[in-house]
Design a protein around this ligand. Structure first.
Ligand SMILES: [Fe+2]
Length: 345
């Protein structure tokens, strides 16, 4: 049996209060590393849990020639790697953004015909002291992947196939467990047992859409907004985390917070702003500047992330993502998947 220490070295993530960097030994690339990890199937997940839910694996370029390696690595993190042909069509997404040979891989790119556009540039682009802004609301787009589903997924694996030049197109990550632990007691009490209403982006229910008077789309039953506890207990580590999104992935028509007055100027909105600006303070945030071949693995149950602006008229950015499901915690036990249409009658 191979021990994890023979396979890779785990070191703290520079520039962050959480996360780890995994460097494989003996010059192993992604192909040899994947085969070795399959002989020690808990090693990488254990390293991730020991690192607060975030791993950075540099130099994974062999995945580009053999994309199924990304699926094999994903299987180390749970029983089910999402097949996008099954699930994304149920949400009326296009088939263009699915890898043509490996349907578990989602393409995140501004290349046509997918045309995912980046976030707008923060305004102002820098903080008052000249730093790269990471904090809400100067920085928007914070979310946990697919929080509009019940049960939501556990992990995402995200690899840079063609990144933008350094200094733009970063991905930001925020530590929900550390942010929860640092909350004042009265705020901890206020969010205990409270749910937020999460929704599919681009359905006319975002804060921006509601403020601009857009008519919300009529949603089919499997597209409806889903309630999620604002405090989520991690099923493996047992730690409580803030589990939230903000402008684009919460429902600002009926929410954003269940039981508080709705809409962008209601009591629910105030709580979202208060929590998000707390959770995205410098001490809880890491910004990843991508190099080709960088793979990051993040636990959606206790981390939020946000994309960054880049010059989409100048650069094509291509990222691949897989999503792993299967251990959302006991609060979801026995539930039908909200995003799969149920047979009628
Ligand atoms: Fe995401």
């Amino acid at each position: 049996m191979t021990s994890p220490s023979q396979l890779f070295e785990l070191s703290p993530l520079p520039g962050a209060s959480f996360g780890g960097v995994v460097r494989f030994k003996s010059g192993m690339g992604a192909r040899a590393a994947t085969a070795a990890l399959e002989q020690a199937p808990d090693a990488l997940a254990n390293a991730l849990y020991a690192s607060g839910g975030f791993l950075f694996l540099p130099l994974m370029d062999e995945i580009f020639d053999e994309p199924r390696l990304l699926v094999r690595l994903s299987r180390l993190f749970g029983p089910e790697v999402e097949n996008n042909l099954v699930t994304f069509t149920a949400e009326n997404k296009t088939l263009f953004n699915i890898h043509e040979d490996v349907p578990e891989i989602l393409l995140v790119t501004n290349a046509p015909p997918i045309n995912n556009q980046p976030m707008t540039r923060p305004e102002p682009p820098l903080t008052p002291d000249g730093k790269f802004p990471t904090r809400f609301p100067q920085r928007r787009g914070w979310h946990s992947d697919q929080s509009f589903r019940r049960p939501p997924p556990d992990f995402s694996l995200f690899i840079a196939v063609q990144p933008t030049p350094k200094g733009q197109g970063q991905t930001l990550f925020a530590d929900g467990a550390a942010a929860y632990a640092a909350l004042p007691e009265n705020l901890k009490r206020r969010i205990q047992g409270v749910e937020a209403l999460h929704t599919l982006p681009s359905n006319g229910r975002s804060e921006k859409a509601v403020r601009s008077g857009v008519q919300p789309k009529v949603l089919l039953p499997h597209q409806r907004s889903q309630k999620q506890s604002m405090v989520r207990i991690h099923p493996v580590t047992g730690k409580p985390s803030i589990y939230m999104c903000e402008s684009g992935q919460l429902d600002w028509v009926d929410g954003p917070i269940v039981g508080l007055s709705p809409g962008p100027d209601g009591e629910g909105a105030k709580l979202v702003y208060e929590l998000m600006s707390h959770m995205t303070q410098d001490q809880f945030v890491y910004a990843h500047d991508w190099t080709k071949g960088d793979l990051v693995i993040y636990d959606n149950r206790n981390l939020l992330h946000a994309p960054s602006w880049y010059e989409a008229d100048k650069y094509i950015r291509i990222m691949w993502r897989t999503t792993v499901m299967g251990n959302p915690g006991p609060e979801y036990a026995g539930e039908e998947r909200s995003w799969i249409p149920q047979p009628v009658g």
